[in-house]
Design a protein around this ligand. Structure first.
Ligand code: EPZ
Length: 423
């Protein structure tokens, strides 16, 4: 695995935000529900998107990814209903193709996804949801087999936790199953609304996305359409924090500011200056920012995917902050690496207690997952001296053109494939 090496820099300028990874992935899974052509615009060129494309091609779908225009065209019938282990192992979101394939073809099988650095990542809510809408689900040596069965005319799927993936999985499968499906305690993320918009453009009858109750009236057949992926709110939040934590200022373009209200609330509370436009946000740091307590929650709460990044920002704040993680309670692999950079923080159960310090010191740190690796690069930009982030390929899963985008903001940043040669 390679490294990114960064120097201390005050960032400034403009950054164009890409389409949302966490919207593109469920939209690609939903494209399985019709043989007609689905055209998706503003699809980010990311390794996770490439993995999902590989999965669609494994099922027999024709997929053309015009990377220079960020456009994907998907069409054709499903010919194979099994998804291989090596692809599901690479990206757990691929599990979400199980329901759509089984709903359309009668049956499907995928490996049981594993955990990752941010937690065990079970899929029990997905399985229970599929069973509630009539699927027979069995396990066989690490594989999950789903068979379409008879669905009640009206059924309610109650999610014990507003799981993004489980909400998307049930929504997509139920779209072409007869009768009414109601999802209670549904996730309310903007990516759920984007999925509802695509499915309805395909002829589905879904309402309520963005609230905790989603109603799906099954239709017999879905058709092709065109759709543009919403902006990536997590990428936008990451660059906003990078601009502020280096003491700089900048303009984020292609943003839906309302998708990040919880972040703007925290940043303004610390003293940052935030100006929101229709599709852009200007951020400006102002003196030494103040400490702040953050409670990570499902949307519209503070997003867990910005938790590592806000911890970096608060590690340099004036005062003591706490960050409590209520979504992935052990998502703290980055904390130990930040302490190695001179941060003063400690974990107590699912809360990090942070005493702001005056500076972080550059050193070699290791990336463990997508958002932790992004946070360590941001920390390196704010730290004195040079920082090398190893195992850095995680970041290419979720940040399009990340080295180039940081360079254009004034960062001294270099990607070294295969890591820095041993001296
Ligand atoms: C989605 O993951 C995102 N990934 C994650 O982003 C994001 O952190 C997460 O939602 C929360 O917002 C994609 O959209 C591809 P969940 P997902 O189901 O769907 C528990 C990133 O960095 N749970 O909402 O897997 C689960 O363990 C990634 O871009 C069960 O117990 O998250 C967690 O504690 C990381 N059983 C909580 O629910 C289940 O069946 C929320 O998980 C499902 C989930």
């Amino acid at each position: 695995m390679g490294s990114i090496v960064v120097e201390r820099a005050v960032l400034s300028g403009e950054v164009e935000i890409s389409g949302a990874k966490n919207s593109a992935l469920p939209l690609l899974a939903a494209a399985l529900l019709t043989e007609e052509e689905i055209v998706l615009h503003k699809v980010p060129v990311l390794s996770d998107v490439e993995t999902m494309i590989d999965i669609l091609r494994t099922t027999g779908k024709k997929v053309i990814f015009e990377k220079e225009t960020n456009t994907i065209r998907i069409s054709g019938p499903i010919l194979h209903t099994h998804v291989p282990y090596d692809l599901v192992r690479k990206m757990r979101a691929s599990f979400n193709v199980l329901g759509p394939i089984a709903a359309l073809m009668g049956e499907a099988s995928t490996p049981l996804p594993g955990g990752c650095a941010i937690g065990v990542r079970p899929v029990d809510f997905h399985i229970d949801g599929l069973k509630r809408i009539g699927f027979e689900v069995n396990y066989d040596h690490g594989e999950i087999l789903a068979k379409r069965g008879t669905k009640l005319e009206e059924v309610t799927v109650y999610l014990p936790f507003p799981s993004v993936g489980a909400t998307e999985h049930v929504m997509s499968a139920a779209a072409i199953l007869p009768g009414i499906t109601i999802i209670e305690n549904a996730a309310m993320e903007p990516e759920i609304v984007d999925l509802q918009d695509l499915l309805n453009k395909m002829g589905a009858k879904i309402s309520g996305a963005g609230t905790s109750k989603i109603v799906i009236e099954g239709v017999k057949k879905l058709h092709g359409c065109e759709h543009t992926v919403i902006p990536d709110r997590i990428e936008a939040g990451t660059y906003a924090i990078a601009l502020l934590v280096t003491g700089g200022e900048g303009l984020l373009k292609n943003v839906n500011p309302s998708h990040l209200d919880a972040l703007w609330f925290v940043l303004e509370k610390t003293g940052a200056i935030i100006k929101k436009g229709s599709d852009f946000v200007e951020v400006k740091s102002w003196n030494r920012w103040k400490a702040c307590d953050v409670n990570v929650l499902p949307y519209p709460g503070f997003p867990t995917d910005l938790q590592p990044q806000i911890i970096v920002y608060l590690s340099l704040a004036d005062g003591t902050s706490t960050v409590t993680e209520n979504v992935f309670k052990t998502r703290f692999a980055h904390v130990g690496e930040l302490v190695r950079m001179g941060a003063d923080m400690r974990i107590m159960e699912n809360t990090v207690f942070i005493n702001g310090v005056n500076k972080l010191q550059g050193t070699t740190v290791m990336g463990t997952d997508l958002r932790a690796t992004a946070a360590l690069v941001v920390a390196g930009l704010a730290a004195e001296g040079t920082t090398e982030v190893t195992q850095v390929e995680h970041i290419f899963r979720g940040y399009e053109n990340v080295v180039n985008k940081f360079e254009r903001l004034g960062a001294k940043i270099k990607y070294i494939p295969g890591g820095v040669p041993e001296i």
